[in-house]
Design a protein around this ligand. Structure first.
Ligand SMILES: Cc1cc2nc3c(=O)[nH]c(=O)nc-3n(C[C@H](O)[C@H](O)[C@H](O)COP(=O)(O)OP(=O)(O)OC[C@H]3O[C@@H](n4cnc5c(N)ncnc54)[C@H](O)[C@@H]3O)c2cc1C
Length: 569
C-alpha cells in the first residue's frame, strides 16, 4: 500500500484531460464547423474523462505487460485490447475519414475532427495510435491507387467498428540494410498471373499481426534504387481462409510502445496484390508515409499537452519552501518553456488539418503547403516532445521518475516519434526537398503573411520579419543543397510559422474575448526567433509578465493583451 498524505504528493489521477486544457475548446471552435463542433463536444468531454482515468490505467497496465509471440499468434494483454476497442470501436478513429456514421455523424469527418479526438486519446495511450494511423493511412492509400475490386473487398473490414470484423493495417518497408535508404530494399516480387509472391526479410513491422500490410518490394528485373520499387497489398489470411506464406520471426523488445507489437517478418513467397502503377511504388507509399508523419506530429502535440497538464497540476498543488511551485519565479519560467512548444504544435497541427481538407478537395496550393508542413511538424514537434515530457517529469520531482505515474511512459513513447517514419535528419532533409523541388514556400508565405497582418502592429512587424528571415534561410539551405543546416532551417521555419498561426488564432479568438494566443506568439518570437545573447542580463521582466498572463490558462481580453505587448515590446 502506497503512503498517501493530503499535504504530500498531488494526485492528478482522474482529471478530465479535455476540461483540464481550457484553450482546447476555443481552438476547436475555430477549426471545426459550428455544427460539427457542437456535435463532438460531448464526445470530447467523455473521451477527456476516460483519457485521464480508465484509459490511463489501462495504458499503465498494457505498458507493463508487452505483447508476446506464441507460435504465429500475437498475444496482447486484455488492457491493450480494451484500448484498441475504445479507439477503433467506440470512437471509430480509423474509420471516420472514410465513411459516415461514426459517432452519429452522417458524413466522413474532416481531418481536424479526427485529429482533435486522437489528440485527446493519445494523451492516455500512444502505442495504439500507430495501428490506428496505419489502418487509416493504408485505407486512404489503397482507395487512391489500388484496383477498385480490391478496395471493395477490404474497405468494410478496414473501416469496421466491430472488433470481430475489423481489419487493421500495417506497413512493411524497413529492412536491415534499408531504413532511411529505402532504395536498398531487396525483397523480391515475382509475378504469378493475377497475384505476386514476395520473398525477403522485413526488419521493423509494427502491428505485426495486422490483417493487411502495404509492402515495398522489387519486381524481378526492376532497376535498383527507389525507381525499381513497387507497392503491394499483403493479406495475413488468403481469400481461401489459409494463412499467407510469411512468418513473424520475433517481436522487438522496445523502450516504449511496449504493448504494441513490432516484429521481424520473413516473407516466404507470401501472396500479394500489386497496388497502382508498378513504376510508382515508392511515390504511392509516400502517401501513406506522409499521413503517418502527420499523425506522428499530432501524437507529439498530444504527448506535450498531457505533460503540460500534469506539470501545471503538480505546480499548482505542490508546495515547497512555503509556496506553491507555480508561485516560484524559476519554476514559472520553466513552465512557460513547456507551454510554448505544446501550444505551437497544436496550432501547426490544426493549420495542416485545414489545408489537408482543402488539398483533398483538389486545391493544389494547399497540397503543396501540406507537403512542406508535414515533415516540418514531424521533425520539430517530435523533437520538442522528447524534451517537454522529460522536463514535465522533473516538475513532479522524484515520483515523476517512478512507474506509478504516466511520466516515464510518456517520455519513452516520445522518443520513438523522432525515429520511426523517418528520423529527425531524414525529415529535416525532406523539408528542404519540398522547398527545392515543389516550391512549397511560394504558397505558404503569402498565406501566413496574410494571417500575421491581423495581429497588433508591434507583434505583426516582428513576426513578419522573422518569417522572412526563416524562409530566406530555409530557401538558401534548400537551393544550395546545404544539408548540414537542414535541422536549423526547419526549426526556424517551424517556429516562424507557429508564431504566425498563434497570432492569427489570437486575433480570431480575441473577437470572442480571448487574445491569449497573441502572447504565446510573442513568447515564440522571444524564445525561438529573436536574436539572443546567452549572457545578456534581462532587466525588463518580460517573462515574469508573460508568466503572470499565461500560466493560469484563463482568457485574456484583446485590450489587455495589447497593453502587455506594448509594455513588452
Ligand atoms: C518501434 C519502431 C517501430 C517501427 N515500425 C516500422 C514499421 O512498422 N514499418 C517500417 O517499415 N519500419 C518501421 N520502423 C523502422 C524505422 O522507420 C527505421 O528504423 C527508421 O526509418 C531508421 O532507419 P534505420 O533504423 O535503418 O536507421 P538508418 O537509416 O541506418 O539511420 C541511422 C542514422 O543515420 C542517420 N542518417 C541516415 N541517412 C542520413 C542522411 N542522408 N543524412 C544525415 N543523417 C542520416 C539517421 O538520421 C539515423 O540517425 C520502426 C522503428 C521502430 C524503432
Amino acid at each position: 500500500m502506497a503512503l498517501r498524505s493530503p499535504e504530500g504528493v498531488p494526485d492528478s489521477r482522474g482529471l478530465n484531460l479535455f476540461d483540464a486544457d481550457p484553450s482546447c475548446r476555443g481552438l476547436l471552435e475555430l477549426h471545426l464547423d459550428p455544427g460539427l463542433f457542437a456535435h463532438l463536444l460531448p464526445h470530447l468531454t467523455r473521451l477527456g474523462a476516460m483519457a485521464g482515468a480508465e484509459l490511463d490505467e489501462l495504458a499503465l497496465i498494457a505498458d507493463k505487460n508487452p505483447s508476446r509471440l506464441k507460435g504465429q499468434e500475437v498475444e496482447k494483454n486484455p488492457a491493450y485490447r480494451n484500448l484498441e476497442e475504445v479507439a477503433f470501436g467506440q470512437y471509430g478513429l480509423a474509420a471516420m475519414s472514410h465513411r459516415g456514421g461514426v459517432l452519429g455523424w452522417p458524413e466522413q469527418m474532416p481531418p481536424a475532427a479526427k485529429y482533435a479526438l486522437s489528440y485527446l486519446y493519445v494523451q492516455a495511450e500512444f502505442g495504439v495510435c500507430c495501428p490506428l494511423s496505419m489502418t487509416d493511412a493504408l485505407t486512404r492509400t489503397i482507395r487512391k491507387f489500388a484496383d477498385p475490386a480490391l478496395v471493395a473487398r477490404y474497405l468494410p473490414g478496414l473501416t469496421s467498428q466491430d472488433m470481430d470484423l475489423l481489419t487493421q493495417g500495417a506497413m512493411f518497408m524497413t529492412e536491415q540494410q534499408a531504413g532511411s535508404d529505402v532504395g536498398l530494399i531487396s525483397t523480391i516480387a515475382k509475378k504469378q498471373g493475377e497475384y505476386w509472391t514476395l520473398h525477403g526479410d522485413k526488419w521493423f513491422c509494427s502491428n505485426a499481426d495486422a490483417g493487411l500490410a502495404l509492402v515495398l518490394a522489387r519486381p524481378e528485373a526492376a532497376p535498383n534504387g527507389t525507381a525499381g520499387l513497387s507497392l503491394f497489398l499483403l493479406p495475413r489470411t488468403l481469400p481461401d481462409g489459409s494463412a499467407n506464406h510469411y512468418q513473424i520471426v520475433r517481436l522487438k523488445d522496445k523502450l516504449g510502445t511496449r504493448a504494441m507489437p513490432s516484429g521481424e517478418i520473413k516473407l516466404e513467397g507470401a501472396h500479394a496484390w500489386l497496388v497502382g502503377d508498378p513504376q510508382q511504388g515508392f511515390k504511392q507509399m509516400a502517401d501513406m508515409i506522409n499521413m503517418s508523419r502527420l499523425s506522428n506530429g499530432m501524437r507529439a502535440a498530444g504527448l506535450m499537452r498531457r505533460a503540460l497538464t500534469e506539470a501545471l497540476f503538480v505546480a499548482r498543488n505542490r508546495k515547497a519552501f512555503g509556496k506553491y511551485l507555480v508561485e516560484l519565479p524559476l519554476m514559472r519560467r520553466q513552465l512557460l518553456k513547456l507551454m510554448l512548444p505544446a501550444e505551437a504544435a497544436r496550432s501547426v497541427l490544426f493549420f495542416i488539418s485545414g489545408e489537408l481538407q482543402k488539398a483533398d478537395a483538389g486545391d493544389e496550393a494547399a497540397r503543396r503547403i501540406v507537403r512542406l508542413m508535414t515533415p516540418l511538424i514531424k521533425f520539430r514537434a517530435c523533437r520538442d516532445a522528447r524534451k517537454v515530457t522529460g522536463d514535465a517529469m522533473e516538475v513532479r520531482g522524484g515520483v515523476g521518475y517512478t512507474e506509478e505515474w504516466s511520466d516515464p511512459r510518456l517520455l519513452r513513447d516520445a522518443h520513438l516519434g523522432s525515429i520511426w517514419e523517418g528520423t529527425s535528419n531524414i525529415v529535416a532533409l525532406d523539408v528542404l526537398r519540398a522547398i527545392r523541388r515543389e516550391h512549397c514556400l511560394e504558397d505558404l508565405l503569402p498565406l501566413l503573411n496574410g494571417k500575421i497582418e491581423s495581429a497588433p502592429r508591434l507583434l505583426a512587424g516582428r513576426l513578419a520579419a522573422s518569417l522572412d528571415k526563416a524562409a530566406d534561410f530555409a530557401h538558401e539551405a534548400a537551393s544550395t543543397g546545404n544539408e548540414a543546416y537542414a535541422r536549423q532551417a526547419a526549426t526556424g521555419l517551424y517556429y516562424a510559422c507557429a508564431a504566425a498561426l498563434m497570432a492569427h488564432e489570437g486575433t480570431r479568438l480575441g473577437e470572442r474575448g480571448d487574445a491569449r494566443r497573441q502572447l504565446l506568439a510573442f513568447l515564440a518570437y522571444v524564445h525561438r526567433l529573436a536574436p539572443r545573447d546567452p549572457l545578456r542580463r534581462v532587466t525588463t521582466g518580460y517573462e515574469a509578465e508573460l508568466a503572470e498572463a499565461l500560466l493560469p490558462e484563463t482568457p485574456i481580453a484583446p485590450d489587455a493583451a495589447e497593453r502587455i505587448l506594448t509594455r513588452l515590446a
